[in-house]
Design a binder for this molecule. Structure first.
Ligand SMILES: Nc1ncnc2c1ncn2[C@@H]1O[C@H](COP(=O)(O)OP(=O)(O)OP(=O)(O)O)[C@@H](O)[C@H]1O
Length: 304
């Protein structure tokens, strides 16, 4: 990633709600012009992180920069939006009595930069009636209105918090395809959180995985996939090739390890006789890390 422009840079970002630490000392970078998947278990801190990046929510500590400009400073100082950032939060902020056309007018009046054609063509693309009040649109149609408003503001960074949850499978695929096209055409960076990891394959090229408020895996998807291997073979305490053990499962006769090799170039392991090496899919990789983070947390809590 060296030399690539950076869209988001987080340095020691923490967020506390009363007694609950939603984020702890998060440090990561997100390259620009990518479609970034933000994944994590329920309560991992994804929505909190997106709200802080958008400038809507001040961090308790640490700094976030968007396209080089500071967005939020620690200790509750006022947040300042850096560059053009649009966020589509989980509870889409639409006025129920406004029509879709009214929402676009609202978008035009509240954004310094506005592209009406981009917003209306998005609604037309997904057959959303512009004259119907938002309160009478379906959940999926409301998502499309919120997306149209977000895209109309021509964001450099588009943050989408579970944008796909209300969409039917066909609309999900189409929205993802359209967003990838928009990202490629305009150079915007898209960061989207989702629990439907299978649909991210071939879509997101960068991954950020949060567990209990901390990033546990971050990087280029292809490099991460190339750097992990599933090894299965006869029962053994250790895998037959070097690397950090991400997960280990044993039966009476068999062991299966997911191993991270330090250098992607060395990802083709020398496998001992009787062992089988398999690459991981993106979904496998995410699920493996989610499970191993949950297991680590449970054993830490049990020890405490
Ligand atoms: N306003 C709030 N007040 C108190 N605690 C909060 C608040 N918002 C979030 N939290 C807590 O902060 C933690 C992170 O929540 P967050 O909504 O960011 O997680 P998430 O990864 O987006 O979860 P999900 O996948 O379920 O949407 C959770 O423990 C949650 O209960």
């Amino acid at each position: 990633m060296s030399g690539e422009p950076i869209a988001v840079e987080a340095d020691g970002v923490s967020k506390r709600y009363g007694e609950v630490w939603a984020l702890r000392e998060c440090a990561f970078t997100v390259p620009a012009h990518r479609v970034v998947a933000l994944v994590g278990a329920n309560g991992a801190g994804k929505s909190t992180l997106m709200s802080i990046i958008s400038g809507m929510l001040p961090a308790t500590g640490g700094t976030v920069r968007v396209n080089g400009r500071t967005v939020a400073r620690g200790r509750g100082e006022a947040a300042h939006a850096g560059g053009r950032v649009a966020i589509l939060a989980q509870d889409k902020p639409l006025y129920r009595d406004f029509s879709a056309a009214d929402m676009l007018r609202f978008g035009r009046s509240t954004n310094r930069v506005w592209d009406q054609r981009r917003a209306t063509s998005w609604l037309a693309r997904f057959d959303v009636p512009q004259d119907r009040r938002c309160g009478r649109l379906s959940g999926g149609q409301r998502t499309q209105v919120a997306l149209a408003v977000a895209l109309g503001s021509r964001p450099e960074l588009l943050l989408l918090d579970e944008p796909l949850s209300h969409l039917d499978p066909v609309a999900r695929t189409e929205v993802i395809g359209e967003l990838m096209g928009e990202a490629a055409d305009t150079g915007m960076t898209v960061m989207l959180s989702t629990h439907i990891v299978a649909e991210l394959a071939g879509v997101s090229d960068h991954l950020l995985l949060l567990a209990a408020g901390r990033p546990v895996l971050a990087g280029d998807v292809e490099e991460l996939l190339a750097g992990h291997t599933r090894l299965s073979g006869p029962r053994a305490d250790l895998p037959p090739s070097p690397g950090a053990i991400v997960s280990a499962q044993h039966t009476a006769r068999q062991s299966t390890f997911v191993v991270r090799t330090p250098d992607a170039a060395a990802a083709t392991p020398v496998v001992a006789p009787g062992w089988n090496a398999q690459p991981l899919s993106l979904e496998d990789l995410v699920v493996t890390y989610l499970k191993s983070s949950a297991a680590t947390r449970t054993s830490t809590e049990a020890a405490a």
